[in-house]
Design a protein around this ligand. Structure first.
Ligand SMILES: [Zn+2]
Length: 400
């Protein structure tokens, strides 16, 4: 196996197994060959942990991938046709024996402008800062002793415009520091780490995450109070009904519960915190944040305790409202004292769960750093209309 390819598999598998670093098919990695001619990069829609010597990647000609970013005629195009053109150019740049229709990562042209090994992740620890009002200032303080300070990348629509912006920022960074940045924080998106070796890149990932976590609130690790099977099943039925009435579609409902979920729901402002999408991935894979489901007091039983009831009508109403206002309906539901419920296939549900866990960690911490910053309407619309994202989600859900 080519040395660059084996390095790619290593950096992808080692980071891809940790859902606090990357969820579902998100994130991407690349390694350039030592002759400077090619770049191995993750294929779009593949999970980092699933990449191996045979599949989950493409090899591109570096000069062609690089030139895509510099072409003014592409920059002038309308977003829809532009992103299609980029996909075609990147496919054209592929030079390997991969027979299946695997597309190179939609950010391949961006990787082409960075150091030899590139690891792009969506870590919850970095998310806490890049989604917080005061996150940038906090990061500057946290990394102030770094010889090469992290590069801050203001939010940019993913795809072509992001690649162009990063190429420009990296160029001026090199002008100022004489070297490429090793750490890039992307506002409302995630983290890029670049280094000239696989080991160096992995070490830098670990160091950055540890540093970010050092100032963040972590979920409790104590014993979790048990929830009765009966209550879980009641709520499951209620959400199943609400979901099918609200969306007109049947879905299997999955239940998850742990300290992070319980701790989040017990916060006073939990409901208020669940507003707006943090990142493109939260919007693509879980249709935005989880819906807060308030249990309502039912009739008092003979023993005098009022049973709490879940209201399927209210869930249906809110789902219909989301659809009516042009949004995709929620697929995750948080119920205080009961847990997280996810509507979806066996394949997509664990990804949605991981994204919710990532999201509630970020929201809890961002609130303590001046407030949560989410995607605005225009940014959300761009993602929703983006053909590449539809392609990624299709691969994740297994729908043809
Ligand atoms: Zn990303």
């Amino acid at each position: 196996m080519d040395e660059a390819l084996s390095q790619l598999i290593r950096i992808s598998n080692e980071t891809g197994v940790d859902p606090t670093l990357v969820q579902g098919g998100g994130g991407n990695t690349s390694v350039k060959t030592s002759d400077g001619k090619y770049m191995y990069i993750k294929a779009s829609g593949t999970a980092l942990k699933d990449m191996n010597a045979k599949e989950g990647w493409r090899r591109l000609r570096l000069d062609l991938a690089r030139s895509v970013v510099k072409e003014e005629s592409i920059a002038q195009m309308e977003p829809q046709s532009r992103e299609l053109e980029v996909v075609n150019r990147l496919l054209f740049a592929c030079d390997d024996n991969v027979k299946i229709a695997a597309r190179p990562s939609v950010e391949a042209h961006l990787h082409a402008w960075l150091d030899k090994c590139v690891i792009h992740l969506h870590p919850s620890a970095a998310g806490a800062y890049v989604n917080a009002r005061n996150g940038r200032v906090r990061l500057e303080k946290l990394f102030k002793t770094e010889a090469l300070p992290p590069l801050w990348v203001p939010y940019t629509d993913p795809g072509y415009m992001l690649a162009r912006r990063i190429a420009r920022l990296v160029e001026s960074y090199r002008g100022q520091y004489g070297k490429m940045p090793g750490i890039l924080f992307l506002e409302k998106h995630g983290l890029f780490i670049t280094a000239n070796s696989a080991g160096g890149a992995l070490r830098l990932v670990r160091r950055v995450i540890k540093q970010c976590n050092s100032k963040l609130r972590q979920p409790n690790t104590g014993k979790l109070k048990a929830v009765s099977r009966e209550l879980i099943d009641d709520v499951k039925v209620c959400i199943e009904r609400g979901y099918s009435e609200g969306t007109g579609e049947k879905a299997t409902i999955w239940h998850y519960y742990n300290n992070a979920i319980d701790g989040f729901c017990r916060q006073k402002d939990a409901k208020k915190m669940l507003s707006g999408s943090l990142t493109p991935d939260e919007l693509v894979y879980s249709n935005g944040p989880a819906m807060w489901v308030q249990m309502q007091k039912g009739k008092k039983s003979r023993s005098g305790t009022a049973a709490e009831k879940c209201n399927s009508q209210s869930i249906a109403r809110r789902l219909r409202w989301q659809i009516g206002s042009g949004r995709k309906p929620s697929v995750a539901f948080l119920v205080k004292g009961v847990g997280l419920f996810v509507a979806g296939t066996q394949r997509i549900a664990p990804t949605v769960r991981d994204i919710v866990l990532y999201s509630i960690f970020i929201r809890t911490n961002a609130v303590r750093m001046g407030g949560i910053r989410t995607l605005n309407k225009r940014q959300e619309d761009f993602i929703s209309n983006w053909e590449s994202e539809a392609f990624r989600k299709k691969l994740a859900t297994g729908k043809k």
